[in-house]
Every structure is written in C-alpha cells, then in structure tokens.
Design a protein around this ligand. Structure first.
Ligand SMILES: NC(=O)c1ccc[n+]([C@@H]2O[C@H](COP(=O)([O-])OP(=O)(O)OC[C@H]3O[C@@H](n4cnc5c(N)ncnc54)[C@H](OP(=O)(O)O)[C@@H]3O)[C@@H](O)[C@H]2O)c1
Length: 371
C-alpha cells in the first residue's frame, strides 16, 4: 500500500507538555514560528488533527498568508490543503470552525462513529475504516485521494500512534522556553513501544526564543524508515556514471538500530563493472556482527546472474548473512532474461520487500536503457 509522506508537527514546553489545562489554548510557539508553520501548511496536500484537538482548541487550520495561497493556486493545487480529522466516537461539533473554514474536509472514523458523524450533518466526507481505526488504511485512502504530503498537527494521541506504528516520516518539534508543571496536562508522546536506537537529527534551528528540531526515524522495518533508506538508495542511483550495458543502482546497508553501515552505487570509484550492493558490502568487515540483523536497501532488486564478476549480488548478500532486503523495482529482461534476484533471496529465507511507490524514481536514471 502506498502512503503519503507523514510529517508530525508539534510544540512542547520544556517539561514536555503540549498544552496546559486551562480553557484557552496555550501558545507555545513564537510569531515567527507560527509563520514557519504556515509555510509548512502551504507545502502539503493535507493537514490532520485528532478529534481531541478540535474539541480542545477549535482550530481553523488554514494557510493564513494570501501569497502562499496564491502560489498554491498558481501551481494547480487547491487554495487550502485538505483538512482531515480522526474520531472513534464520531462525537464532533458541527459548529466547530474546522468545518466552516478552508477547503475540503474528511473525517476518518469507525462504523459506529460514522453513524453518529453522519447524523450530526458534518460538512465533510465521512469515511468509516471498519470496527476499529486502521492507520495504514487511512493513509492509503489519503494517497488514493492524491495526498502525497500529510502534515499532522496533533494532538498527543495521534502523534504517539503514528510514531509507534512506524508511520511518521519526520517529526518537526518546537521546544518553547516555558514550563507547564501540571501532571494532568496533555503530553506529546504517551507510553508504549517506539523504535529502538536513536532517531536522526536532521536540523536544529533557533526561531526567536524557540528551537525547531527535525528528526527522522531510522530503524529498518518501520515503514517510514524503510521509505527513508530506499529514497536514499534511489538518490544514489542518480550518481552512477551512465552506461549502455548496465543499470544505474544505489544501495545502502543499515543496521537494526538505524545506523548506516555503508552505501554504494553502480560503477563507483572508477570501477566500470561494480554493482551498488557489491560496492556497499565491500566497505563492511565481513565479520561485523550487525550484518545478521541488517537490511540492504537497493533501488533495483539484487542481480541473480552476472557476467562481469563470479558472484551475483543476491549471492553476496546471502554470503554476508543479511536476512532482509528492501527494493523499489524488479529487474526487467533488458540484459538478463527472467532475472529473479528477489526469488533467489526469498528461497534462501531472506525477507524481500518491494516498495512500488519508489519504482519511478529508481527507473529515472535508467530510462535511456528502457527505451
Ligand atoms: N502544542 C501543540 O503543538 C499541539 C498540537 C495539537 C494539539 N495540542 C493539544 O493536544 C491536546 C489534544 O490532544 P489529545 O491527545 O487529547 O487528542 P488528539 O490526539 O487531538 O485526538 C484524540 C482523539 O482522536 C481520535 N482517535 C485517535 N486515535 C484513534 C484511534 N486509533 N481510533 C479511534 N479514534 C482515535 C479519538 O477521538 P474520539 O474521542 O472522537 O473517539 C481521540 O479521542 C489539546 O490540549 C491540544 O491543545 C497541542
């Protein structure tokens, strides 16, 4: 199932709270940071908040800058991103500002919640996801509606689930210089199982008196982390010196805790026949104990037959002891009839995952070969 890129956005106090318990919304960000949030909103196809946030804050969730809205329209997009909410109960106030500002709205709910939401006459498309709310199903439905980038603006229950289920591609966290100090106030993340290891800090930036930190999950197996690493493998494929006799491929080997062990691309370092997975694996000590639980990300499935070297990449992966491969694209018959590197790996017990949403990107440097 293809999913949009999921960006979680939140502001927290120094003691980790999203809000206080007073009747009004606690303003954590600074004016310049609110403007940054407006810019991020303008860049996405949809904005999601939980029903709890609609009840607590009654937000409008608009792109406030007329210039940014005009730029969206000029680019052929709707003036406002799609507004999305999630409710199990369907208990939503039809007079909330959410429904009466901005563009189209969608409510994802359960069978029971849908009855109640429809009876309330909400100005929105009400979609039931069955007896329980299923996040991958929700994201797949958004993808089918053309949503490629989704911004999630809370609250804590929503952020917690998306991160724990490995569905968040990025966390944009703003730390505000104040304390809430009330144990009953809502926290950003609740208890439960998160990815092991450390997230990758991709940016930190001071904005007036707040600090923005951007993190990406990295541990293989989480859908968002798999997408992160496969995207990188596809970017590496674009670095390959062109060839008329071999594909351009990128590969990354990643340890179970999200540490990058090595990367490679076809024909790197002046070697006219080296393959991406071969180049990456050659940079790792064969005795490295992390290989047994590592994942190889390769923009094209590892080769099963090869004239240029004795061992194809599927064999090199097996010999390295790697048990998981993620790829974007199955090898066409261009150079080898019926190549089936994925089948060879799977027959040897390796788990092979294909993420077709990256196929176009993986093929791009190879278009001259594909005709
Ligand atoms: N500082 C910030 O950046 C920020 C941003 C947003 C919100 N907030 C604050 O966060 C607080 C609200 O957070 P919250 O955690 O209470 O609420 P929330 O995450 O906004 O919404 C939770 C609600 O979403 C629905 N929901 C979530 N997961 C579901 C699932 N798996 N199945 C069915 N329904 C599901 C449920 O709705 P039903 O109850 O209808 O079933 C649930 O009560 C407010 O105080 C708000 O001010 C702060």
């Amino acid at each position: 199932m293809s999913h949009p890129y999921v960006l979680l956005s939140a502001a927290v106090s120094l003691d980790g709270y999203l809000d206080d318990t007073g009747p009004d919304r606690l303003l954590l960000s600074s004016p310049a940071d609110f403007d940054r949030v407006d810019e991020v909103r303008a860049s996405v196809d949809a904005i999601l908040v939980g029903a709890g946030t609609i009840r607590a804050d009654n937000p409008r969730l608009l792109v406030n800058s007329p210039e940014r809205r005009a730029a969206r329209v000029a680019a052929g997009k709707p003036e406002y991103p799609l507004k999305v909410t999630v409710s199990g109960s369907g208990d939503l106030d039809p007079d909330a500002k959410f429904w009466h500002t901005g563009g189209d709205k969608v409510v994802y709910t359960t069978d029971k919640g849908a009855e109640r939401a429809r009876a309330a006459g909400l100005a929105a498309d009400v979609v039931s996801l069955g007896a329980d709310l299923d996040w991958p199903g929700l994201l797949a439905d958004l993808w089918a509606r053309g949503v490629r980038r989704l911004m999630v603006e809370g609250g804590g229950k929503i952020h917690t689930q998306l991160l724990q289920q490995g569905l968040a591609d990025e966390l944009q966290l703003v730390l505000a210089p104040l304390f809430v100090g009330d144990a009953t106030a809502p926290r950003l993340f609740g208890p439960g199982a998160y990815q092991g290891g450390r997230l990758r800090l991709v940016e930190s930036r001071q904005i007036e008196d707040v600090v923005l930190m951007r993190y990406e999950p990295t541990a293989p197996g989480a859908p968002a982390a798999d997408r992160h690493w496969l995207r990188l493998a596809c970017d590496l494929a674009a670095l390959c010196p062109p060839s008329r006799t071999a594909f351009s491929v990128g590969a990354v080997v990643v340890a179970a805790d999200g540490t990058e062990l090595a990367r490679g691309h076809s024909r790197e370092g002046g070697d006219p026949v080296v393959h991406a997975e071969e180049a990456a694996l050659a940079k790792i000590d064969a005795g490295d104990p992390r290989l047994a639980s590592a994942t190889v990300y390769s923009s094209l499935e590892p080769c099963a037959q090869r004239a240029s070297r004795p061992a194809p990449c599927a064999r090199l992966i097996l010999d390295a002891g790697v048990r998981r491969v993620v790829t974007a694209w199955r090898e066409p018959d261009t150079f080898v009839e019926g190549a089936d590197g994925s089948g060879l790996l799977a027959a040897a017990g390796v788990s092979v995952v294909v993420l077709p949403e990256f196929e176009e990107q993986a093929k791009r440097p190879n278009l001259p070969l594909l005709g």
